[in-house]
Design a protein around this ligand. Structure first.
Ligand SMILES: Nc1nc2c(ncn2[C@@H]2O[C@H](COP(=O)(O)OP(=O)(O)OP(=O)(O)O)[C@@H](O)[C@H]2O)c(=O)[nH]1
Ligand SMILES: [Mg+2]
Length: 479
């Protein structure tokens, strides 16, 4: 790999969030780390007395700007190559105040460090071979993960779950390529591998790639989350259900139709997927022109937009009122989307465990009529926000609508990995085809080689500078 990358620069940045907290950390990485810390740190408060820094030791002392005392700190020194970046690293842990930490950083910059770019520490770790690209991406996932399940999957990747499997496949492909190349280069001495042998190997590699790709959908969902919006007429019970699912009183609930006007969003974790629940205004015709109606009308327009952009729509109607024309009109406008039908306030009808409530039978018949609902299993969920009935049912159905597998048993990938895997698989499929037709092995070689390159892009063995920059730009400064 050849990149313009100045290893001689020593960089510094604040590594902790800017705010008040227990500790604030400034990190320095590069050849001048020790020189810089020695200028500004002293173990004694009355004289400038920097210690002889030994690696992996912790030093207690004081940061000074010439004679002005800045903070009492501890300093950690990691000697190259045994550090996160593979360079000399010094970490200054001060008290967590915005001003203190900014002053320490300013001092480092004044003493010879350059300001680190976003993700520059991790980028250096990658360039120095301390971190492969998929592990660097795992660091990013770990930092941004919103659910436990995704944190675990990211931590597994950081420990090398994905990269070691990819490296194993690359090695197998490389071995196969070597056999083909040897026969191409030395036809007198080395026999070509048998076609059936290459075919068997390629089939195995394609199967393995498919196995990794199997979890692509849930990986993407865990990373990006789902937008789930409520839709229904005023007073249907949307906000009550929104609050019940969140288990907090987030939206205002009253018996006055048209209570919710703004779009209200909160996140919940449904089995590892970060789901943004979106409460909306009840949809109805607004004829009056008074100011309250104008506000409601704006809310309804926002609602329609929001529903249109949702991944799943929770269509809510009031069971005690039965399904009315207004409900059906709303349903007609959303039925092209992924919709969950929810009949709420079941407590007002009768307890669902005792018998089917009056009127529900005909509603069920309505929903199961395929001309009304394009989805097969389309019985409404019978729930109550008041009695907290059916809340798990809703969460389960949301999950069922989107999840096809469980990533905790497989590989967690991102879109970039998936594109590389698909490219690699297609190249191997071409090679397999050529093999079946017993085409000359020089041709098969070309496809196998391109399959190998695509696999190498995942871990960063072969990758463009643009991709690298793109990945590390998503990091924050100081990471
Ligand atoms: N008995 C009973 N009442 C409910 C239930 N859910 C909501 N309600 C009542 O129905 C009325 C309307 O509830 P909301 O949750 O505000 O309805 P909404 O769909 O958000 O209404 P808008 O914001 O006006 O669109 C309130 O008086 C609630 O107390 C339920 O499960 N059982
Ligand atoms: Mg509401």
């Amino acid at each position: 790999m050849s990149f313009i990358f100045n290893h001689n620069d020593t960089i510094a940045a604040i590594a902790t969030p800017l705010g008040t907290g227990g500790v604030g950390v400034v990190r320095i990485s590069g050849k001048k780390s020790l020189e810089i810390i020695s200028k500004i740190f002293s173990t004694a408060i009355n004289e400038h007395n920097p210690p002889d820094f030994n690696p992996n030791r912790i030093y207690h002392g004081w940061i000074f700007d010439t004679n002005i005392l800045i903070d009492e700190v501890i300093v950690l020194y990691f000697k190259a190559p045994h550090s996160y970046t593979g360079e000399d690293i010094v970490e200054i842990q001060g008290h967590g105040g915005i001003n203190i930490i900014k002053n320490i950083l300013k001092l480092c910059l004044k003493s010879g460090a350059g300001m680190a770019d976003k993700g520059e520490f991790s980028k250096r770790a990658f360039m120095n071979g301390k971190l492969d690209l998929s592990k660097a991406e795992a660091v990013l996932d770990l930092i941004h993960s919103k659910t436990d399940k995704f944190s675990h999957a990211a931590a597994k990747n950081l420990s090398g779950n994905l990269s070691s499997h990819i490296n194993k496949l690359r090695q197998e492909l490389l071995d196969l390529l070597s056999m083909v190349t040897a026969a191409i280069d030395f036809p007198e001495e080395v026999n070509e591998p048998e076609y059936y042998f290459i075919e068997k190997k390629l089939n195995y590699l394609i199967e393995e790639i498919n196995r990794i790709l199997k979890n692509a959908n849930s990986s993407n969902l865990m990373r990006d989350g789902l937008k789930v919006a409520f839709a229904g007429k005023p007073n249907a019970g949307k906000s009550s259900l929104f609050n019940a699912l969140l288990d907090m009183e987030r939206s205002i609930v009253t018996e006055i139709p048209g209570t919710t006007r703004d779009i209200i969003q909160e996140s919940i974790d449904i089995d590892g997927i970060p789901v943004t629940l979106i409460d909306t205004a009840g949809i109805r015709e607004i004829n009056s022109l008074n100011s309250a109606s104008q506000i409601e009308s704006i809310g309804i327009n926002l609602t329609k937009n929001c529903i249109e952009n949702a991944d799943i729509v929770l269509f809510v109607y009031d069971l005690s009122q039965g399904l009315q024309n207004e409900d059906m009109e709303i349903f007609e406008s959303i039925k092209h989307q992924k919709v969950l039908k929810i009949g709420t306030k079941v407590d007002l009808c009768c307890h669902p465990e005792r018998s089917v409530p009056v009127g529900i039978k005909s509603l069920t018949a309505y929903w199961t009529d395929s001309s009304v609902s394009p989805q097969n299993d389309s019985k409404p969920l019978l729930v109550s926000a008041k009695e907290k009935i059916g809340l798990d049912l809703i969460k389960n159905e949301i999950k069922k609508l989107v999840i096809t597998d469980d990533v905790s048993h497989g590989f967690c990938t991102n879109i970039r990995h998936q594109e590389c895997l698909i490219k690699s698989k297609n190249a191997l499929l071409n090679a397999l085809n050529a093999c079946k037709n017993e085409e000359i092995q020089d041709l098969i070689f070309i496809d196998m080689k391109s399959g190998l390159i695509s696999l190498g892009e995942i871990t960063g063995e072969v990758v463009s500078e643009e991709i690298i920059n793109n990945i590390f730009e998503n990091f924050c400064i100081g990471k």
